[in-house]
Design a binder for this molecule. Structure first.
Ligand code: TXA
Ligand code: MG
Length: 329
């Protein structure tokens, strides 16, 4: 499975050259791998949508090395932003801000806002420092599929559609950045949960933070629709695997547990787990890679144990709810 990966791997220097020439390069970030292009090159940006099969009304995040680079691309920036930037950037958080005229309609999908992010991954930073333009980068997966957290995930999914992948090891956070923005009244809103939690953001700002998820979320883009980030195999989510497993008695079942079971209860199934001990950071880090691994094993269906909610658990539960059908409602 790893052999085919080698040919597509490029150095940071080569990636700089490809990006300057309008090509597409997958880059590591601490959250997930991104599919990057020069955000100021309309054709390159168009190719992101094409290679992912992404609907054109789903906007892209702009990636910068630091605030100095980002400032010309946004306007009317609230003081809250600077407080959050000082605390969490570079890191796994994206800020939704009013865009300036430098941001094309393709990037923002005709919204008046643009999402900006400052990745902390040393490879992403090294690359951004070499460029005099921002990188537009959605997660480097075909639209609707789970996000890649290792280079071979990208190569297997999009290898023939892109010009290279920069190796950066396994992503340490494992799920996409928290997206924070401000509504018309200046109130803080979280549009996507990530590893930086609503509580952490509220603590910095000493303000109430609204989380717009599930039914309460106004759909501003298809990426926020409920079915997204799913394996190819039919996938089901339940808090009680033991009770629900008989639904699938005729099938080859792959079970993903939150915590590795002491002994294998279902040894006629393939069993994987997100963690050894239930540590939420570990579960987030392994979430997509474990689903990816199971999706490529010889199973008919995937049954995933739901995680407990609360703080980081909310971001994990959100991704799981999008990965498959909830058997508990
Ligand atoms: O961690 C991450 O954020 C990764 C890495 C590569 O940086 N990127 C990522 O991008 O997850 P993407 O495109 O897969 O998800 C971005 C989400 C989409 O759901 C999109 O709809 C939303 O952000 N978004 C981007 N710009 C927006 C805007 N102006 N208004 C509303 N939603 C926006
Ligand atoms: Mg994505």
């Amino acid at each position: 499975m790893y052999f085919c990966s080698v040919g597509k791997i490029v150095s940071v220097q080569k990636a700089v050259e490809i990006l300057k020439n309008g090509g597409l390069v997958a880059i590591p970030t601490e959250t997930v791998y991104g599919l990057a292009a020069n955000a100021l090159n309309e054709d390159a940006v168009q190719n992101i949508f094409k290679s992912k099969g992404r609907p054109s009304n789903n906007p892209l995040i702009l990636h910068f090395n630091d605030w100095e680079d980002a400032e010309p691309f946004v306007q009317n920036v609230p003081e809250d932003f600077h407080k959050l930037y000082r605390k969490f950037s570079p890191g796994p958080i994206s800020y939704l801000l009013p865009k300036s005229a430098l941001v094309s309609e393709k990037i923002s999908a005709k919204n008046t806002t643009v999402a900006i992010r400052f990745p902390a991954h040393p490879v992403a930073k090294a690359l951004l420092k070499e460029l005099n333009f921002p990188l537009a980068a959605p997660s480097a997966n075909p639209s609707g599929y789970i996000s890649p957290t290792q280079s071979f995930h990208v190569i297997q999914q999009l290898g023939d559609k892109i010009d290279g992948v920069v190796e950066g090891g396994e992503c340490t956070k494992g799920i996409e950045s928290t997206i924070v923005g401000w509504d018309e009244e200046g109130r803080v809103v979280i549009y996507r949960n990530g590893t930086i939690t609503a509580k952490e953001i509220g603590d910095v700002l000493r303000k109430e933070v609204r989380v717009l998820t599930g039914e309460h979320k106004k759909i501003v883009a298809p990426g926020m629709l409920s079915k997204h980030y799913s394996p190819k195999k039919p996938t089901y989510i339940t808090a009680n695997v033991n009770q629900k497993i008989h639904y699938f008695s005729e099938k080859k079942i792959g079970i993903i547990w939150q915590i590795k079971p002491d002994e294998t209860m279902f040894d006629n199934c393939i069993n994987l787990s997100f963690s050894e001990n239930g540590d939420l950071k570990t579960i987030a880090k392994n979430l997509y890679s474990t689903m990816y691994q199971m999706d490529n094993l010889d199973v008919d269906i995937i049954l995933i144990e739901k995680c407990l909610e609360g703080d980081l658990g909310l971001a994990i539960a959100d991704r799981l709810s999008r990965a498959g059908i909830n058997l508990d409602i």
